[in-house]
Write a protein that binds this ligand. Structure first.
Ligand code: NAD
Length: 471
């Protein structure tokens, strides 16, 4: 997928459009817009066959108005500096939109993970972490990476192990990275958080009867036809939660091609088919599309780009037939495509809000690591006892008995997963309403993206104004 010429410029175009609705001095806007630190470095890797290969890598810290800064690490063959800068900037705005108290950051290593063995990837990840430690670009109070495109729980384990080895005895070392496996200090629900957050965002949008009426759609998620591009962490979980929420997954696009099926596809069956055949194509009962890109132009209600940036351009945007574009990926809609979507009346639920579930639950994981106790551990039995007492009061008052199954359902007390999901749901719902209200209060703001940028600019600006300038 070709990335945009300069993704960072594109993010700034959105920023500038939103900044028009503020009267902050230009210098303050410059301070918010720019990247505070851009660290580019090269390091050698000894390949399995003895060859030495030099890899190029980055860590960008966009804004230090809140510490630590936070953002994922991307492994991709085409990563470039302005891309990492753009992604770091989006992290700042995203954290502000969902009230996560971090500045934005992002990391990248230019490599195609599929061309390297597990041992090689481990050496790459550990060396990258060591380079960050040397320059003070990682630490629970400094800069906290997470998974992004091409990385996951496995890489986060290697990072925390390397960081802990280099900082023996540091009590909060587990908080140096999020997206870890639960057995290594991760939090339940982080892996699926971005996809779950996308589902909450879509459910909220579909519950808004005024918007649905304008789009000619019924209220609610039930029966909405969804197409997902990218069946990785974000796309897989978005498909799963949307399907479980009543939507029908009518199309899935991956690198090798796209498939459609009007009656619906089940993400687990497609993943299994891909695992055994090496491709999502030729899935029994589904139709292959001529190209991956064709999936983006198919008839559907909701289109979820969940692969990479720069997917919608001036060329293909006019052909998009979806009513709602739910941005799972960061930066899928270029500024050239954006006004075309607006003219077509497409509801775009923007990345800096829609995919913020990941960083929200990463924040919960970081809080868990600093507090050194699992969420729910202190509360569960206490809540259970309260709930049981309530059930017994109802039984006495009504003379009826709950069944054992009802009792189990109604008096279970919250565990970690329940609390994480509840915190995520609350975050996504309240942030959506903040965007709607901002749009209403600023009549010139025509879409949710500019509303989201405006919300973010106000919050970051306030922080900078209150902090003042050192020295
Ligand atoms: P991932 O590596 O798990 O999955 C990406 C998937 O996209 C892979 O299956 C890949 O094969 C597929 N893909 C690549 N090129 C494609 C193409 N041309 N057409 C269709 N599919 C293609 O990555 P991820 O973590 O799911 O991230 C996806 C996007 O979501 C990125 O933009 C990332 O920045 C963003 N995001 C991720 C998270 C997170 O928590 N992981 C959070 C917020 C945003």
């Amino acid at each position: 997928m070709p990335g945009p010429a300069n993704f960072f410029d594109e993010v700034n175009q959105y920023f500038d459009q939103a900044a028009e609705f503020t009267d902050y001095p230009p210098g303050l806007l410059d301070q918010i817009r720019g990247c505070n630190s851009v660290y580019r470095f090269d390091f050698p890797l000894r390949r399995g066959d003895g060859r030495i290969e030099v890899l190029r890598a980055w860590r960008v810290e966009h804004s230090h108005h809140k510490m630590p800064v936070k953002g994922g690490i991307r492994f991709a063959p085409e990563v470039y500096e302005e891309e990492v800068m753009a992604l770091a900037a989006l992290m700042t705005y995203k954290c502000a939109v969902v009230d996560v108290p971090f500045g934005g950051a992002k990391g990248g290593i230019r490599l195609d993970g599929r061309q390297y063995s597990t041992e090689e990837l481990e050496r790459v990840t550990r060396r990258y972490t060591h380079e960050l430690v040397k320059k003070d670009f990682i630490g629970p109070g400094i800069d906290v990476p997470a998974p992004d495109y091409g990385t996951g729980e496995r890489e986060m384990s290697w990072i925390v192990d390397t960081y802990a080895a280099l900082n023996p005895g540091q009590l909060d070392a587990l908080g140096c990275v999020t997206g870890k496996p639960v057995t290594q200090g991760g939090v339940r629900g982080r892996k699926e958080a971005t996809g779950r957050g996308l589902f909450y965002a879509l459910r909220e949008a579909c519950a808004h009867s005024e918007s649905m009426k304008r789009l000619g759609l019924s209220t609610g998620l039930e029966g909405k036809r969804v197409i997902v591009q990218g069946l990785g962490n974000v796309g897989y979980h978005a498909a799963k939660f949307c399907r479980e929420g009543g939507a029908i997954i009518v199309g899935i696009a991956e690198r090798e091609g796209a498939i459609t099926r009007a009656q619906g596809l089940h993400e687990d069956e497609i993943v299994e088919h891909r695992r055994t055949t090496g491709s999502i194509l030729n899935f029994p009962g589904a139709t292959n599309l001529p190209t991956t890109a064709a999936a983006l132009e198919m008839e559907c209600d909701v289109l979820i780009p969940a692969a990479l940036e720069g997917v919608f351009t001036a060329e293909n945007a006019p052909k998009v037939k979806a009513k709602i574009v739910l941005e799972g990926a960061n930066g899928p809609t270029t500024p050239a495509a954006d006004p075309i979507f607006r003219e077509k009346g497409i509801l775009v639920i923007p990345d800096i809000y829609a995919n913020a579930g990941g960083v929200t639950v990463s924040y919960f994981e970081w809080v868990k690591n600093l507090s050194h106790v699992r969420f729910g551990r202190m509360l569960k039995r206490h809540e259970m006892a309260n709930e049981l007492a309530m059930l017994q009061t109802i039984e006495r008052a009504t003379g009826k008995q709950f069944t054992n199954e009802e009792r189990r359902q109604l008096a279970k007390g919250p565990d970690e997963q329940d609390l994480v999901n509840s915190g995520l749901e609350e975050t996504m719902i309240s942030a959506y309403h903040e965007l709607l209200q901002t749009k209403e209060k600023n009549p010139g703001v025509q879409d949710l993206r500019i509303a989201a940028f405006l919300v973010a600019i106000h919050k970051v600006a306030r922080s900078y104004i209150e902090l003042g300038i050192f020295p």
